[in-house]
Design a protein around this ligand. Structure first.
Ligand SMILES: [Fe+2]
Ligand SMILES: [Fe+2]
Length: 136
């Protein structure tokens, strides 16, 4: 059973962003499953790297749209993205070095970050795009 459920309440109303968010939820579920199944370090690293790479590419997609449509909240939104990416990258460095392992607390942190970010900054940006009449 999936750790985190996707619900329509998480939709921001812009198709590409919603698709990416679904994929991020799926990637988080794969991380949780890999931990539950006791997968080895190499497999956990693969799942973590995918999560990092997809996160970076999703953030780039949102940021490009913010620039393209002159979004006034862009700077704060970019900063929130950068803070998360740095945290995830730091974690992966420590994991590779054998200093930490993924825990339930990490998955819970990522889940709550994602939910709060989607329902807050991402939804605000989705509302902005809709108000500007940008086709989803
Ligand atoms: Fe997002
Ligand atoms: Fe975002």
């Amino acid at each position: 059973m999936d750790y985190m459920k996707w619900t329509p309440a998480l939709e921001v109303g812009f198709a590409k962003i919603d698709e990416d968010h679904r994929e991020l939820v799926a990637a988080l579920n794969r991380l949780h499953l890999a931990m539950d199944l006791g997968k080895d370090k190499a497999e956990l690293a693969t799942v973590l790297n995918f999560l990092r790479d997809y996160t970076v590419s999703h953030f780039k997609t949102e940021e490009a749209l913010m620039i393209q449509y002159g979004y006034p909240g862009a700077a704060a939104h970019f900063a929130a993205h950068a803070t998360l990416v740095l945290k995830v990258c730091d974690f992966i460095v420590d994991f590779r070095a054998g200093r930490v392992a993924p825990t339930e607390a990490l998955v819970e942190f990522l889940e709550s970050w994602l939910v709060e970010h989607i329902l807050g900054q991402d939804r605000e940006f989705g509302d902005y795009l809709r108000a500007r009449g940008v086709a989803a």
